[in-house]
Write a new protein. Sequence first.
Length: 584
Amino acid sequence: MTHLSNIKKSFALTAVLFLFTACGGGGGGDASSPVSSTNGDSLATSSETTTSTSAPETSTTSTLKVVPVQINESITTENSATIEWTPNGYTTKLVEYGTRKKYGSELLVTEDGTITLFNLQANTTYHYRIVSEDKNGRKVVSRDNTFMTLEQSTQSIVTEPIVTEPIPADTTPPVITVTGNNPETVIQDATYTDAGATATDDRDGTVTVTPTGSVDTSTVGTYTITYRATDIASNTATATRTVNVVFNPPEAQDPVCTSGPAMQQGQIKDSLSGTGLVDVTVTIAGCSTKTDADGFYTLQNIAMSEEAVVNFEKEGYLLGSTKIQIKELSGDNTPSTNYLEYSIYAHDYQYNHDTTKEISSPRIYVDTSVLQTNGNTYIGTMEVKLTILDNDENAFLNSFPGSFEGINTYGQVVPFVSYGLISFSFKDDNGNTLNLTSDTKATLTFITVPSSEEQNIIPLWYYDYDQGLWIEEGFAERNTDSTYSGDISHPGTWSLNKPIEEEPGIYRSRIVHTDGTPAQNIRIHAIGNNWSSSDLSTDEDGIFEIKVIPGKSFKLKAYNYKDKYEASNNGSIAAINSGEIAGN
């Protein structure tokens, strides 16, 4: 394995990453400021590189006026898609579409507000935009949108059943009596079993008794279960009986590793010291491995993915998580965008605690006497792991799991800015995870947020490491000392995040090498004070597109994961307004 430091030394003599700065459109870099890389080289500004003839042109130029278009619905089949939108005063001409942001195909609009695209590939993501004209005949376009066609159908052909004469049924409802000794019922995988329940029918025939209904499978309790009986004539009647229900959750099954043609490599470091960490478990879609003595790892024969969730676990550290793009190996056997460098943060506190004593501090309160494992209250010594990261700490952005966006209570994916993170977990003396009972809450307190952002209530979010997503649950209220406190329902990694309600801004640009050729497979990060966003990989023309928080300036960082070097602009890029596109 070639280590990063050696590659950086040789790379300083052979290649430099060049970044086109933005022009026009309410944002962009300072054209007079050079863009620098971490190996000491500088990146060209647009004035130095726009004369290149070897860089191909793209259809995503900022000379086109971008206007908001309300997309009402996208209905897809295996090979077609119907798009409906609300005309916004412009004359719609056509729809451009394709499997990449360069589109490549177009179809004239015959009825304004709707169009159907045919001859599409199954199970494929398509990009598209609405192309219109203003009253002066100038071309205007919508923002880039996407839809995904359905998977290829594998449904077998069903033949017509043989028609038979119906058997006359006795329409008299049966009288059903449910008997039994009311035994304790054990539920496995939410399927009821109650061997003590039987049924009798006042008519001759076979009677089937099936319990239906639902119970809270996280809590021991008493529930009413309805038994439905069916006789040979398919007539039914119901009766109810009350049973004591106990839920025994099934043992957790490790996800199966999905194999494929790709390889993923990387290095995991300590966020404070920067040194490589040994024995970090790295997991992608059920495939896992451990880092070596210098923090390097390799995952062989894994599936390709546009957004693969990568998790990092090491004793004594906050669980790390991010998303990357995984591609099949290139011809020179280079991992390309599959390479990843990531830093994880050591727990602030890790200690043993008696469950008869509550955990109480200025930042977290938990009544530990109600903690449970497998539905049973635990009394004894437990291990506590606690991490607190405020948004003014250097490690906050690097150690924040996932992206600065999540699913709100309405099921929508929205960006957010974050004001802090608190992560905690409990385990019994056998290493089993301890959880709060359903009627118990823990309380978290976050420090003061900037005065310009203060509001009475800010939502709380927890991170789902399996999905790689933040999920909104509950809220924190502002205290008299300007801190924020809120109740949560379970241990885990929680953050105080203010969702951005308005449409994000878009920063779109292009990266080329010194010889003018497109810089492909470059990962791009836009970094603000308390947020960041990414484009996981530039396309074959070096083009990238990043959603940014509107009204907030940001810095841009590019990383070449093929040659393992980084570059960033020296100054900040001006804020972009909601719904606008800036860049070149």
